[in-house]
Ligand binder design. Structure first.
Ligand code: FAD
Length: 559
């Protein structure tokens, strides 16, 4: 093989010699000025070469491996964890394609299909993948520097806020030289932490969420008294409603109690959002949607919780945490739900790459011959176990309590118990996990004996329930037993909140006319990003309908 150089390497493994030669020639022509292009036809020889490169600190930017040996990507990843992993596969659209499993389990970052009809199909994506590698190598300009004590739980929130607003930042331990230097420059000691230092020297000590949002430069006070539509919650449903409402000329205000993005922005990789075959970072997707809503003309207020809602004749009044109020002719409630989180940092970092919150049906084929775990003991966990067991080698249900009997229906318990490849582990808690790029192992604690064991794991589905954000709403907005908002014709079946309005409730309308619900907070919602986005877009159509009826018919106005 050729001479090693200081240039990063683009390494190709194609088990067909003719195809490899063509690829190496083409890739060298296109990327040879910035990368050394090398390759092999055998997995064994490739591994030896990759080992040599790792031993001599040669940086590998990208591995392009054909599907004759998809496992090679995993081995190569251990040697070159920062290299982008691209699988070269046939375009057969079959569910047994190696690409399906590799992507689902986070064992490949991208795929390229062959044959490629034109250069754009091959070299366009390759440029993007290489560019994303280059971007990751460049040191970030730090707009914010955070000095914190080791293990300070506030760091998690600071990290979350910075990430959600796309702010480059770095954390400096207070006992390190750089951390001490930053405090010294700011004239502070370590008695109150964390300290956040902005690029211009502005310093905030132990910041609250509004302090932080203000330092980032976003709006945290509402200076608008009235609007046509008030949207509460800036997750996928609320943000999409804001994009559509503002773009269709409605005077729109959106209130968010934290920062934008909702649950979706806590997922490092959303794999099922249409149009992103390699997945999309939830924070990035939401940040872009937020920018779009803003540029369409929505007025967005962060760190401002809606604490009450009331109907005053034709107006709907939203009361804010800071004591101010916002009057609107229609309100969209897109406040979502709070899933219980596992709270294990190393596993949270692998969400989307072997670790999943919620239902498993869509991923079940990709779990063929894998060892899969489900955390939870409810009916949804039981149903997921049944689905996954059709394809996975083993499915282990991890149950905190003594048994499934308290939380799962008897018919499902029977089904689970009679499926040979499903195992139930009672009084078991997930306390840690690991994986380089994708999940590899879980650490399980037996709550009865105290024993702790590490087990190999290919995927874990977390199904431990959640609660909708609806406690703040008045009693005349009907909810089901779990707190989800009832909408559409179902409103007519609620004796406690009789519907007396001039027209029938619209599909996404709650029992308070002119107040709508979209996304996870709605009874019967699908609990997916795309469905929340769909409801966010749909609800605006109904807001228009409500406002039009209001304009045309004085009887409706009298409501
Ligand atoms: C870790 C994780 C991974 C996920 N992965 C996927 C995935 O891969 N694919 C997928 O399709 N789905 C995924 N989901 C589910 C998906 O994110 C949700 O279905 C979706 O975000 C719901 O959108 P929403 O707008 O209805 O609500 P949410 O995203 O919950 O947003 C609601 C917003 O309202 C705000 N809010 C609440 N109460 C108030 C109030 N009183 N005043 C002001 N603001 C308020 C909240 O702060 C929040 O920002 C995942 C969820 C989690 C938690």
């Amino acid at each position: 093989m050729g001479q090693l150089s200081a240039l990063p390497v683009l390494y190709v493994v194609d088990h067909e010699a003719v195809s490899l030669d063509v690829l190496l020639a083409d890739l060298s022509r296109r990327f040879g000025s910035g990368f050394t292009v090398r390759g092999e036809t055998s997995s064994e020889a490739a591994l030896v070469a990759l080992q040599e490169m790792a031993a001599t600190d040669v940086s590998v930017a990208l591995l392009l491996v054909d599907d004759a040996d998809a496992d090679l990507l995993a081995q190569a990843h251990e040697l070159h964890p920062r290299a982008k992993r691209v699988l070269l596969v046939d375009r057969d659209y079959s569910s047994s394609s190696p690409a399906v499993q590799a992507m689902a389990l986070g064992r490949a970052d991208y795929h390229i299909v062959r044959p490629w009809a034109d250069d754009e199909m091959m070299y366009g994506p390759m440029s993007d993948y290489l560019f994303s590698w280059i971007r990751e190598q460049e040191p970030n300009f730090e707009l914010f520097r955070i000095v914190a004590a080791d293990g300070d739980s506030r760091v998690l929130q600071l990290r979350d806020v910075m990430t959600r607003f796309g702010m480059p930042f770095a954390i400096y331990p207070v006992d390190g030289e750089a951390g001490r230097g930053l405090l010294h420059e700011a004239g502070l000691d370590a008695s109150r932490l964390p300290v956040v230092v902005r690029y211009d020297g502005h310093t905030i000590i132990d910041p609250s969420l509004p302090d932080l949002a203000r330092a980032i430069g976003v709006n945290v006070t509402n200076d608008v008294d009235t609007c046509e539509v008030a949207i509460v919650g800036a997750g996928p449903a609320g943000l999409t409603a804001a994009v559509y409402a503002a773009s269709e000329g409605l005077d729109t205000v959106m209130l968010e109690e934290e920062v934008s993005g909702g649950q979706a922005s806590t997922s490092p990789l959303i794999r099922n959002y249409p149009g992103f075959p390699h997945g999309v970072n939830g924070g990035v997707l939401m940040e872009r949607t937020c920018e779009q809503a803003w540029l369409m003309g929505a007025h967005i207020v962060f760190a401002q919780q809606a604490v009450a809602l009331e109907r005053q004749g034709e107006q709907r009044v939203v009361h804010l945490r800071d004591g101010t109020e916002l009057r609107a002719r229609a309100v969209v409630l897109a406040t979502g739900i709070e899933w219980r989180r596992l709270g294990v940092p190393r596993l949270e970092a692998l969400v989307g790459s072997g670790v999943f919150y919620g239902a498993a049906v869509g991923e079940s084929r990709a779990m063929a011959d894998q060892d899969v775990f489900i955390v939870g003991a409810g009916n949804s966990a039981g149903q997921a176990a049944q689905h996954l067991a059709k394809h996975a080698r083993t499915v282990t249900l991890l149950v905190r309590g003594e048994s499934l009997a308290k939380s799962m229906s008897t018919y499902l318990i029977r089904a689970v118990e009679s499926t040979p490849n499903v195992v139930v582990r009672n009084h078991t808690e997930v306390v840690d996990g690991s994986g380089a790029g994708s999940l590899e192992s879980l650490t399980l604690a037996d709550r009865a004996s105290g024993a702790v064991a590490e087990v190999a794991a290919d995927a874990m589905f977390i199904m431990i329930g959640g609660e909708p954000h609806t406690r703040w709403l008045p009693d005349d907005i009907a909810r089901d037993a779990q707190g989800y908002l009832i909408t559409g014709r179902d409103v007519l079946d609620q004796p406690a909140t009789p519907w007396t309005y001039q027209r029938e409730p619209l599909t996404l309308e709650t029992s308070m006319p002119g107040v709508f619900a979209a996304g996870d907070v709605r009874q019967g919602s699908i609990k997916r990003v795309a469905s929340a986005v769909g409801e966010g877009a749909t609800v605006v159509r109904m807001v228009h309908e409500h406002l039009r009826a209001y304009e045309l018919d004085p009887a409706v106005r009298a409501g």
